[in-house]
Design a protein around this ligand. Structure first.
Ligand code: URA
Length: 322
């Protein structure tokens, strides 16, 4: 997009408040402040991106603090500026005739670069929204996967790299349900691919099962909560219809639920893992069929507490009983 000829050259410095303090201490603050015409063009481009997001501008990014000497811009331009600012922490090159700050000072004392905020682009933003529970009703597995991948029903879509639908054999004998994608799963778009996943695969192999042939693996929550925090009630509520539809479509013989969070969510209880494991539960589907459910420890917990593996082995044998 070209820059409108009437666009004023902004006087905002390309330094953040922390850098400004350092520059002040070095007596170089005034030397560094100058108009930055390039920033104006970036701001207009970024504004075009903002207008394409599906989320309200105010909540679509974690806004970085604006440099304290910025002129008061109009609201949307302010957000665009913040976005452009956060793409690069490197200050623009000083204009000729002015004394440059040695790069070594800036790089040595500068704060770590901020991660680039994610913009969820969605050309269907103006299309009417259908509630997830309604949208999944008649979806087959492929359609359901597409819905999950494109889902913006809760705030977790803002920080994800991939929504993780699930992976495994279809038709399936067992459905394994974990909590939510972790960092590796978010990167790769598949469930249980990190160290927990390796342990899960070994546990399944011990009872002659594999995700290639007999098991479909998924999670209660399809997008990674930031920092692996516990999912919030509204995120669980937004995501649950996907899991319920997966169960209805896959019709597994058994459901193996891993960890307290997944067990409590799926069984609608506050009971502890110690209380829930070691016996068969039952989940009634929309069609009225009852699926046996076995609760066991989450593999991540087993990695921290290997002495509990003996109990997990009992759980697997219970699940494998006909
Ligand atoms: N932990 C989970 O609960 N699910 C995954 O997919 C990975 C780790």
């Amino acid at each position: 997009m070209s820059l409108p000829s009437t666009a004023p050259a902004p006087a905002a410095p390309r330094v953040n408040p922390l850098q400004r303090i350092w520059l002040r201490e070095l007596g170089m603050e005034r030397l560094w402040l100058r108009p930055a015409p390039v920033a104006a063009r970036v701001a207009v481009d970024a504004q075009a991106v903002v207008s394409k997001t599906v989320l309200p501008v105010a909540t679509s990014v974690q806004a970085a603090p604006v440099a304290e000497a910025s002129p008061p811009p109009v609201a949307t331009a302010a957000v665009a500026e913040v976005r452009a600012e956060s793409r690069s922490e490197a200050p623009a090159a000083p204009a000729s005739g002015r004394q440059a700050i040695p790069a070594s000072i800036l790089t040595r004392t500068g704060p770590p670069p901020r991660p680039e905020p994610k913009v969820v682009a969605d050309d269907t933003a103006s299309a009417p929204r259908i509630p997830v529970a309604e949208a999944v009703k008649n979806a087959n597995l492929d359609e359901l996967r597409e819905q999950v991948v494109a889902c913006t029903a809760c705030g977790l879509c803002q920080g994800r790299r991939h929504a993780v639908f699930g992976q495994g054999a279809t038709p399936t004998r067992w459905l394994v349900v974990g909590e939510a994608p972790g960092e590796q799963e978010d990167r790769q778009g598949h469930p249980f691919v990190g160290r927990s996943g390796q342990l899960l695969d070994s546990m399944l192999a011990a009872v002659g099962m594999s995700r290639e042939k007999d098991v479909f693996i998924t999670n209660v929550i399809k997008c990674r909560p930031p920092g692996n925090r516990n999912p919030k009630p509204e995120e669980i509520a937004a995501c649950s219809p996907y899991l319920m539809r997966q169960i209805a479509l896959l019709k597994p013989e058994r459901i193996l639920v891993l960890g307290r969070f997944a067990a409590q969510t799926l069984l609608g209880t506050d009971a502890t893992i110690g209380n829930l494991r070691g016996r068969l539960h039952s989940l009634k589907t929309e069609e009225g069929t009852e699926i046996p459910v076995v609760v066991s420890y989450h593999p991540a917990y087993l990695l921290r507490s290997p002495s509990e593996k003996a109990r997990a082995w009992q759980d697997l044998k219970l699940a494998a009983q006909q």
